[in-house]
Write a protein of this length. Structure first.
Length: 175
């Protein structure tokens, strides 16, 4: 579910993209009927009320939290401290800085628990590109394929794929 509203209209208002603003009551309602799926809630970018957003989302049933629009190891660390291992986290790398600095902050995540997704909409915008898939076409986004490392971190792009056991795999329900 999505609670990201801060700055989103300014960044993506001219694009035909998914925009939502789910309430805490809607999150609780969905959480109450889920039996197998994990309820992930995307919060606003890191700001003064992030700790309250984290606490409220978890209290209303979020089973995973997503942080968008971050750019540094410090921001990743701050968010992890706020969540305090209560739920797994997903970092939405959608700024040029977050992608370039990925090797610096990736080690803060818990392998097999935390995830990284590449957000193509804002990533393309932050790079000044005119085509959504240009970062992929230019091979800027290619997960490393190391099969011998235990404890892989999941990595997806565009909300669709995960990176497990050294290969890009489909998420349940993807075609």
């Amino acid at each position: 579910m999505d609670q990201e509203v801060l700055g989103k209209a300014e960044r993506q208002g001219h694009l035909d993209t998914h925009k939502a603003a789910h309430s805490l009551e809607e999150i609780a309602s969905v959480a109450s009927v889920l039996k197998q799926a994990e309820l992930m809630v995307r919060l606003n970018p890191l700001q003064a009320s992030t700790r309250q957003e984290v606490d409220a989302a978890i209290a209303h049933g979020a089973q995973r939290l997503m942080l968008p629009m971050f750019s540094s190891r410090n921001e990743v660390g701050q968010f992890l401290d706020m969540v305090n291992s209560r739920v797994p986290v997903t970092f939405l790398a959608e700024t040029a800085a977050s992608l370039v600095r990925l090797p610096d902050w990736l080690g803060l995540l818990t392998p097999g628990r935390d995830e990284v997704h590449i957000g193509l909409n804002d990533l393309s915008l932050s790079m000044g590109l005119s085509f959504l898939f240009e970062p992929m076409a230019a091979s800027l986004i290619r997960p490393r394929r190391r099969r011998s490392q235990p404890g892989r971190r999941d990595m997806g792009r565009g909300w669709r794929r995960t990176y497990r056991a050294g290969r890009i795999t489909r998420r349940n329900g993807d075609r």
